[in-house]
Ligand binder design. Structure first.
Ligand SMILES: NC(=O)c1ccc[n+]([C@@H]2O[C@H](COP(=O)([O-])OP(=O)(O)OC[C@H]3O[C@@H](n4cnc5c(N)ncnc54)[C@H](O)[C@@H]3O)[C@@H](O)[C@H]2O)c1
Length: 410
């Protein structure tokens, strides 16, 4: 458990004086190669009373060897009293799946002093974390993210939840409508689990890393942007050491943002960074995700856009808007495009499958940042100091800029 070159620990400091919720909710995020084998002792060290049992919520996509490594380590500190296996899908990220997990926990008589251990991607972490957040009014949860996106984003910050389906069409699925903030007690990110990820899923995580890179100047890591671009162009992201550095530096960015704005109720402000800043590229991205027939290469008969691919396109559109509005130079969009392309993410070329930009803009009005009927966008600035993003309300002149940026994705 001694930190060495093969592991890093990032502390997330939450719940101090002046916080909206009482109590210390700080926790460690352990990042390294093979660290799933240390989860038991680390869990014991993170908990001030005996843990009477652990319920595993596992992702069926994770190779069994990793699950067994974690299970063996947990069993050294408390009984593993059950396991729920989930094959992740956005449709299955539902109240029905939550019910299955809660029933399994209840039947196994998991006590208040027990923990839920989620091993998997963001879907498993979100629904398993939600189950922990509401079971017996809240018990401990350990997040063991196994996709790059869940390592650098979903596992840290305490957002948990499920989607709500209002009907049978894809557009009836309202994402993350129901959930609670429930911070984990511990996060264990084992980069060896990334070896079995397919390249498309891995690349989706890199899109979020590039977004964090843009926030680096404000979050204590001004070199992250150029380091990430170099790591991509030099092909370093297959190596353990580079992956540990990538994950640790990105988690530190997420941690700093969450520390400033745990409950996402602060706007980005000078000297402070609100959680809304993490929405960079997401307003465009979420709208593109809802459009049927959009695929990364513009061929409607190919697989639809993944979330990270839609965010990648959204970041390109956001950078072009920012340039048109004088927030950054044209070079920023070029750097973003180079980084995204370096891992095979789409940056345009959506072709005829992209509906008229007005329709995309209309879909963007479903965004959670819409206030009093006005769309607000998070746009990047080229900031070495000061805010790295600007919240821009889309008024009539800005509307044409947004329409233009969407059209350029065609
Ligand atoms: N809570 C948050 O703050 C937060 C932040 C961002 C995203 N999310 C949520 O996260 C979800 C997306 O997460 P994701 O990108 O991890 O996708 P995911 O959970 O759907 O996982 C993607 C795929 O990878 C597979 N997989 C997972 N680990 C693997 C491994 N080690 N080897 C091989 N395959 C593996 C899964 O079985 C799945 O098929 C969305 O539901 C999103 O809403 C939550």
């Amino acid at each position: 458990m001694t930190p060495d070159a093969h592991q890093r620990v990032v502390r997330v400091n939450l719940g101090h004086e002046g916080s909206a919720a009482a109590g210390d909710r700080s926790y460690d995020v352990v990042i390294g190669a093979g660290v799933l084998g240390e989860i038991g002792p680390r869990l014991k060290a993170a908990t001030d009373r005996a843990i009477t049992g652990a319920m595993l919520v596992i992702d069926t996509g994770v190779p069994r060897t990793f699950v067994e490594r974690a299970r063996g380590s947990i069993a050294s500190v408390c009984p593993v009293i059950g396991e729920v296996a989930i094959t992740p899908s956005e449709k299955g990220k539902s109240l029905a799946t939550l019910d299955v997990i809660l029933q399994t926990m209840t039947r196994a008589r998991l006590e208040r002093s027990g923990v839920v251990v989620c091993i998997g991607g963001g879907i498993v972490g979100d629904v398993g974390g939600f189950a922990a957040g509401v079971y017996r009014r809240g018990i401990g949860v350990v997040q063991c993210p196994t996709t790059l996106l869940s390592m650098v984003d979903a596992s840290v910050g305490g957002k948990t939840g499920v989607n709500l389906s209002l009907g049978t069409r894809d557009t009836d699925l309202k994402k993350n409508m129901v959930g609670v903030f429930h911070q984990p007690r511990l996060v264990v990110a084992d980069v060896h689990t990334l070896d079995s990820l397919d390249t498309r899923t891995f690349a989706c995580g890199v899109a979020e890393c590039l977004k964090h890179g843009l926030l680096g100047a404000q979050c204590g890591d001004p070199g992250l942007w150029s380091w990430t671009l170099s790591a991509i162009s030099d092909g370093m992201l297959g190596e353990d050491a580079a992956l540990i550095e990538l994950v640790a530096r990105n988690i530190a960015i997420k941690a700093r943002v969450v520390e400033c704005d745990e409950f996402e109720d602060k706007p980005p402000a000078a000297g402070d960074i609100g959680r809304l800043a993490l929405n960079l590229g997401h307003t465009f991205g979420h709208a593109l995700e809802t459009i049927p027939g959009l695929s990364p290469d513009g061929n409607p008969s190919h697989a639809p856009l993944e979330h990270g691919e839609a965010v990648a396109l959204g970041m390109v559109a956001a950078a072009r808007c920012a340039h048109a509005l004088g927030l950054c130079d044209a070079g920023l969009a070029s750097e973003i495009i180079a980084g995204l392309r370096g891992v095979g993410l789409p940056t345009g070329g959506l072709g005829a499958a992209l509906p008229p930009a007005e329709r995309v803009l209309d879909a963007m009005m479903d965004d959670k940042k819409v206030l009093d009927g006005s769309l607000r966008l998070i746009l990047p600035k080229r900031a070495r100091a000061g805010d790295p993003v600007r919240v821009v309300t889309v008024d009539e002149p800005a509307r044409n800029t947004v329409i233009g940026a969407i059209e350029m994705l065609r």
